[in-house]
Write a protein that binds this ligand. Structure first.
Ligand code: THU
Length: 122
């Protein structure tokens, strides 16, 4: 069982640039901080399958409160998605809300910061 501690089961599905969909769940750990989110599992599955870019992600929680990706997952999505990456929140009753990634993570830090106009230390 992947969520023995919170009992808050999350599923994520990432659509990649090839049109393939990669699923993931949250995986908890007795050492609580070592657990990870469903989005992280799904992004890893995308990369393992050869996908390079996330075009959309659906995150499904148990409800009734609206699920939104945590801050860390917003940053993980930023690494593999553009500003217009579609983020879809759902629960067992269906889709509840959508955003673009830039709406959830404005003024973000990303890979470009490490490739433009800075002095390398090595
Ligand atoms: N969780 C996710 O998997 N994705 C989210 O977007 C929000 C939170 C998980 C982490 C943890 O296993 C559980 O939900 C409760 O925080």
């Amino acid at each position: 069982m992947p969520t023995p501690y919170s009992h808050y089961a999350v599923g994520a599905a990432v659509l990649d640039e090839h049109g393939a969909i990669h699923a993931g769940c949250n995986v908890e750990n007795a050492a609580y901080p070592q657990g990870w989110c469903a989005e992280a599992t799904a992004l890893g599955a995308m990369l393992m399958a050869g996908g390079k870019r996330a075009k959309a992600v659906l995150v499904s929680g148990p409800g009734p409160d609206l699920i939104t990706p945590c801050g860390g997952c917003r940053q993980k999505l930023r690494e593999f998605g553009d500003d217009d990456l579609l983020v879809i929140a759902a629960d067992p009753s269906g889709v509840k809300q959508t955003w673009t990634l830039v709406e959830l993570l404005p003024a973000s830090f990303g890979p470009g910061h490490l490739t433009h106009n800075h002095t390398r230390l090595t």
